[in-house]
Design a protein around this ligand. Sequence first.
Ligand SMILES: [Zn+2]
Length: 272
Amino acid sequence: MADWDRIQQRGRVEDRRGRPAVAVGGASLGMLALVVIFSLVTGTDPTPILEGISPDARSNARPVGTEDPQYSGLDDYELYVAQVTGSADMMWEEEFREAGLEYRPPQTVLFRQATESGCGGAHSQTGPHYCPADETIYLDETFFDELTTRYGARGGEVAQAYVLAHEVGHHVQTLLGANRRVTSNEASIALELQADCYAGVWAKYVEDADVITVEEVDQAIDAAAAVGDDRIQQRTTGRINPESWTHGSSAQRKQWFLTGFNSGDPDQCEVR
Ligand SMILES: [Zn+2]
């Protein structure tokens, strides 16, 4: 079992899960209200339509200004996220110091359904992502249920940690200015594969520190493969169209994760 308590450092985490969701498009509270009004007008039962939105959209429908007391303190999930991002921060601090650079840790925002972000709003359907404008990772952990049910990943704590380490990888790219050079799909895939490689370097780092076992690294490899563009397309459309890829194939994502893991060296992550 992964032993996250071995990690001393804590990442910067802001918990917004207890807040009522902010409408930023998609299944917002406003949309929920419209569905209910539509149902009142037409006399239809709103339940099936609400079911189609998402269970969280309903459970999050609290009066504005009230906080869900479930998230008022530091719960296990928030601690876990702070530990995982803390371990990535520790690793990158070292790497930056060796290169004579200064590392600035990212912020991680936990939210449910939707929240405001420096990139025009974060939505749970987008999945975990990094916004360079405010140097913040946005994470709605309900995505991980989808990772297992929809994308067929085995899941697990280390699989989720890989996703976080990948997002910290995008932060590093921002600090190094790598993301400014992206002008094509191909370049965007290169950045994604580099972030997977960085996540592999992180996996090596926490495995060396006895936080995770080498068997658990398989969880991360499995998750990397599950979010390959070809696998996602196969599952969602039944067709594979490399022209529209944004993250790389399952094989590529796995390969670059392993390049990072086997070398333990971010300098090996230059994807061309
Ligand atoms: Zn990414």
